[in-house]
Design a protein around this ligand. Sequence first.
Ligand code: PLP
Length: 484
Amino acid sequence: MQLLFEISTPGARGTELPGSDVPEAPLEAAFAAPAPPPLPEVGYLDLVRHCTRLAQRNFSVDANFYPLGSCTMKANPKVNEWASSLPGFANLHPLQDATDCQGTLELLYHLRLFLAEIAGLDEVSLQPCAGAHGEWTSLKVIRAYFRDIGQAQRRIVLAPDTAHGTNPASCAMCGASVVTIKSLSNGLTDLDDLKRNLSDEVAAVMVTNPNTVGKFDAHIAEMAKLIHEAGAMLYLDGANMNAILGITRPGDFGADIMHFNTHKTFSTPHGCGGPGAGPIAVRKELAPYLPVPQVVKLPDGRYALDADRPKSIGKVRSFSGQFGVLLRAYAYIRACGPDGLRNVSETAILSANYLAQRVKHIYALPFGPKGELPMANDPCAHEFITVPQAIIDTGVTIMDLAKGLIDRGFHPPTVHFPVPNCLMVEPTETESLATLNDFADALLEMAEQARRDVAPLKNAPSRAVVRRLDEVQAARKPTLTYQR
Ligand SMILES: *Cc1c(COP(=O)(O)O)cnc(C)c1O
């Protein structure tokens, strides 16, 4: 595919601007470029075709099943796009006076209330712009709280060995040191190891529940009790909220503070590092330290931005956060309603368990009493991990399977996280039974293929725009310029 620069034709135009009806005023020579910048010149239809072709090369939820574990790649309802492009929202200037944008503030205020209710916590800040940013902001809030109550010595954060990489990274960026807590063979946190590591230097324990191996840790209330007895905070990484919406609430099982990933749970588009939002919810003791400004409702019913919070950690993002994304999350929550949200999670769990059961005779489920997963007493949450040892023994790697799925029209699951040699599959609630069956069939067919002849899997993907890259070289010596 050619670059716009390569199809550029001198003089071609996509649109004609009307002639100027004011006198020309030349720029001062010091500011004027010697020549116009070398921008591509293309006609309107050529530009449309170029962009359409580019979009078709993308592997997206709108085009393909995308069971990327931990990422909750559910359908993004188009009605959210409509809502976020309403001119009253889209054309708003962020410096507009609060009196001129009451509707927008009202929306943000209500989103705050919705998220607090879903979290089972007291206050919410909408400012952080990703899950990782929410973690970082939360650790700053926790730090400010402990400083304020005279416990500045609490600088350690405990996190299980299955934690998402952003957890220790956020700690490092906040100057906290991370101590890793072991997991048991059933994938759950080792409570004895937790006890051994709790002390009056621990500020927080970062927990993901359901955790990153797709298990809901039913000991969470007990963990919370231990953590609170040690004077520390239970931080909930809310990336897996898609499994518990309306079923349980982090605040109810003992979390003191958490982040949401609206782009996962509440269906705002993501991928390729695109926009996200990572609102955080806290217990009331932590509320004074939240970022400013906070959207508030005044006694006379008007909405305002309140920056007068002396204990606040300050601003973590320009203006009020990633408004277009927050708006989509609001639209999604309103469209689902309380029963709909619960239905989202129940269906997501059902889909994951259905898939796991369909393939587990080949794609072994490593976390369970007997190294597999008996349906009756140990189901998974909204995602599951498989270590398909029988296939790996044929010489086919996890990466071969991932690339083989691309040839079969599916986005690969997450690989090698949180344990080596695993696939982490998260189907989400928005896929039909037929799609789930097609995916299960593809997984099983690849196992057959591995037994017969490994070559096609080793050479996969053969049908993608880009063939297999050398991932080490791609990271170490990336080619960042376009080459034909
Ligand atoms: C996605 C994810 C994060 C990070 O969230 P971002 O929005 O990508 O910054 C943190 N923890 C877990 C468990 C996740 O799945």
